[in-house]
Design a protein around this ligand. Structure first.
Ligand SMILES: [Zn+2]
Length: 498
């Protein structure tokens, strides 16, 4: 049995919840970022309740999380029963680990208080709201790393108040980094797919995000995947790496290109059977496999502190999803002092650093400035020379400080760097389509590669031509001259680099 040792901020958070309850706050949200020790907090809450003779139900929304909680409680010597479909065991009634789906069907067990794991999903779940309504009048504690999710502070008449009435902050990400419980990270953002025209739909946290199908369409291209491999080779070669891809097919294509480059890589998804999945993860853990790629499976409940590099290949607008993915590499481990994020999705540019302080307030459903809008003034940008994500004028990674648009030459002949220095032209979709069609016309005439014209397009507009239709037309004089000038610049850059 493992003894529970609470870090000072964990003990303080539990004490604060107790005081809150004393002041009449029945439904409280406990915020702790990934790495704050949610396990210790849960165990501390349950043990504290047992000392007072209270009966507790711990609610989780997925089988894996039910099993994980049960294992944790066993490890810390907490006798407990499990209510989860056919796996239910009720030899102990004082502490019950429950699947939300099962008790939504069978009713809430007779307990004095409820702890809800991953509680950012509560507002969007009828099962959870039903349980909280039935349980009204008794204490509920939600645990979440994303308590800003929509509707968590919304007022419900049948509850006589907000869903959650008070938030307790265990620790901020910055504090955890300062105290060595998390590591800081460096981020490079060498490119992003063109998401123009793709719609956003509500995800299960109530946030707007792109659909898996759309992000797949925008990102699953050989040239973009080639970019991922090239940059990993340059910046992260040999480091244990997790890739979050747009969908399963995209993930498999990324693995194929890494394998082709001689890097050990494996794909993993929810359709693998348990043994296959376990074996794959084991090979990653013992270093046989350097890169593990998935679409969403590893974002929650997977812990691999030794994992040092994260490749974001799935564009997302969801702050919750982003923080979940980034959280995978921020845990400290022996010999690891910083994590590395290679962002090929444009996410960091839009949502900021994953280590930024968050707007920590319960959302009451009323319109207000969005989390992103609040963060806007300090959003990072990519260094024009090395693609390092920074908020300062001068790049802390390579020392480059931009003066004018034209003062940078490619440091080592890489196109991406040249791209970032070119002035981006504002244009309508129709203008972009016209230019792209003309490039296709030139391609047919001169035999340029797809990659070359995609690069020329991106140089001009700052995005890949993914949203463009592949309709060729006669190139205009201007476009011919433009491409000619880019070819000269490109050749100069290559020569300069050589
Ligand atoms: Zn730089």
């Amino acid at each position: 049995m493992t003894e529970l040792e609470l870090r000072p901020y964990q003990a303080a958070a539990i004490q604060s919840l107790r005081l809150g309850l004393g002041e009449g706050y029945l439904r409280q949200m406990l915020y702790g970022p990934t790495g704050c020790g949610k396990t210790a907090l849960s165990v501390g809450l349950v043990k504290g309740a047992r000392l007072k003779g209270k009966r507790v139900a711990f609610l989780a929304n997925r089988i894996q999380l039910v099993e994980q909680a049960s294992r944790t409680f066993r490890k810390y010597g907490i006798d407990h029963g499990v209510i989860q479909g056919e796996n239910s065991r009720r030899e102990y009634e004082n502490v019950l680990v429950c699947s939300i789906q099962t008790i939504a069907k069978r009713g809430i067990p007779d307990v004095d208080f409820i702890i809800i794991d991953e509680a950012h999903g509560v507002a969007g779940s009828k099962d959870y709201r039903g349980i909280i309504e039935t349980f009204a009048g008794k204490p509920v504690i939600g645990l979440s790393a994303s308590p800003f999710a929509k509707g968590l502070g919304k007022v419900y008449d049948n509850l006589g108040g907000p869903l959650f009435e008070r938030m307790v902050i265990a620790s901020s990400i910055r504090e955890l980094i300062d105290d060595g419980f998390l590591v800081d990270c460096d981020i490079y953002a060498p490119g992003e797919p063109d998401m123009t025209g793709f719609k956003q739909v509500k995800n299960r946290f109530g946030e707007l995000d792109y659909s898996d199908m759309d992000v797949g369409e925008a990102t699953d291209k050989p040239e973009l995947i080639g970019d991922i491999v090239t940059h990993w080779m340059r910046l992260a070669k040999g480091t244990p790496t997790v890739v979050f891809a747009s969908n399963i097919a995209h993930s498999k294509h990324i693995v194929e290109q890494f394998l082709a480059a001689g890097v050990t890589a494996e794909h993993i998804d929810c359709y693998d059977d348990t043994d296959t999945r376990r074996e794959t993860l084991k090979r990653f853990e013992n270093g046989q496999t350097t890169i593990i790629s998935n679409s969403a499976l590893l974002a929650e409940g997977w812990d691999a502190p030794f994992c040092q590099t994260l490749i974001l290949a799935r564009p997302t607008k969801s702050l919750i999803r982003y923080l979940q993915m980034a959280g995978r590499v921020l845990r400290p481990s022996e010999g690891k002092t910083r994590a590395l994020i290679l962002d090929h999705s444009g996410t960091v540019k839009h949502l900021g650093f994953p280590t930024d302080d968050l707007p920590l307030e319960l959302d009451d459903g009323k319109p207000k400035k969005s989390a992103q809008a609040k963060k806007k003034e300090k959003l990072p940008t990519a260094c024009a020379k090395c693609a390092f994500m920074k908020t300062a004028h001068k790049c802390p990674a390579c020392g480059f400080a931009p003066e004018k648009q034209n003062d940078v030459q490619m440091a080592d002949g890489e196109l991406v760097k040249q791209d970032r220095t070119a002035k981006k032209v504002k244009a309508t979709q129709a203008e972009k389509q016209q230019f792209f069609s003309e490039l296709l016309g030139l391609k047919a005439m001169r035999g340029y590669s797809d990659g070359r014209i995609a690069n020329i397009f991106r140089e001009k507009y700052g995005v890949w031509p993914n949203a463009m239709e592949k309709l060729a037309c006669e190139p205009s004089k201007e476009t011919r001259a433009y491409v000619q000038s880019r070819n000269i610049a490109y050749a100069k850059g290559m020569k300069h680099a050589a």
